[in-house]
Design a protein around this ligand. Structure first.
Ligand code: CA
Length: 236
């Protein structure tokens, strides 16, 4: 079954260029021009990944992203933003928006296809693995679900991958570059700042006091560590 990619983009020329290149690479792309009803269209199409333009004619790509994240049908799908402005990157990846990744226009279709492939491969690798339990966390790699003290966490694809990496490699300090390599893999365009943004987002989801984290601590001047002992100790 070819993977379905939704292209939410109003620039017809760019949309059909992406459509052409994705189809040629074995995907099943569908263009949504970013007008009213797009969310409904996405819920019906159920794509495996969404390419989302920031500037759309009848809606704001950020607002649409928020709506997608709230949807039960498509809420966890990886969202890759297409943005014309480098200074939008922090917002795109920020807590309040919830994108997984971004590409700054102009980009080559080849680069985009490589990025899409990396995101989808990441999802595939997890399909026949086990269940990891540390302290209050129980992560099911096959079902891609994670629970904290019996409560299911609503994580985006990247947040899940990051938490999965921490839970399967606890107690060790990981540099930002190691995390990039292990969690983002082939996406070599991602910068170490991306790691910081996603760690911050993950802390907001799992820490009681995100500013004073108990589970994912900062290793100054190096990176991050998942505190196995703190996690296995009594709940605070
Ligand atoms: Ca646009």
């Amino acid at each position: 079954m070819p993977k379905k990619i939704a292209i939410v983009e109003d620039e017809a020329e760019l949309a059909s260029l992406l459509e052409y290149n994705l189809r040629r690479s074995g995907y099943e792309p569908k263009v949504f021009p970013g007008v009213k009803g797009t969310l409904k269209g996405l819920e019906q199409y159920k794509p495996d990944l969404v390419l989302l333009d920031v500037m759309l004619p009848e809606m704001d790509g950020f607002e649409l992203c928020r709506q997608i994240r709230q949807s039960t049908a498509v809420g966890r799908i990886p969202i890759l933003f297409l943005t014309a402005r480098a200074d939008e990157v922090d917002r795109v990846l920020g807590l309040e928006i919830g994108g997984d990744d971004y590409m700054t226009k102009p980009f080559s279709p080849r680069e985009l296809v490589a990025r899409v492939k990396a995101h989808l491969r990441r999802g595939d690798m997890d399909t026949d693995q086990g269940v990891v339990e540390i302290g209050p966390f129980r992560l099911d790699q096959g079902a891609r679900r994670v629970f904290q003290a019996e409560r299911e966490l609503e994580l985006t694809s990247t947040e899940f991958n990051l938490l999965e990496f921490f839970l399967t490699h606890p107690g060790r300090a990981h540099s930002r570059d190691q995390l990039l390599e292990s969690v983002w893999g082939a996406q070599r365009y991602v910068t170490p700042r991306t790691v910081d943004v996603h760690v911050r987002r993950l802390r907001e989801r799992i820490e009681k006091e995100p500013e004073n984290p108990r589970y994912i601590t900062t290793v100054r001047g190096f990176g991050y560590r998942f505190e196995e002992e703190a996690a296995s100790g009594p709940e605070q």
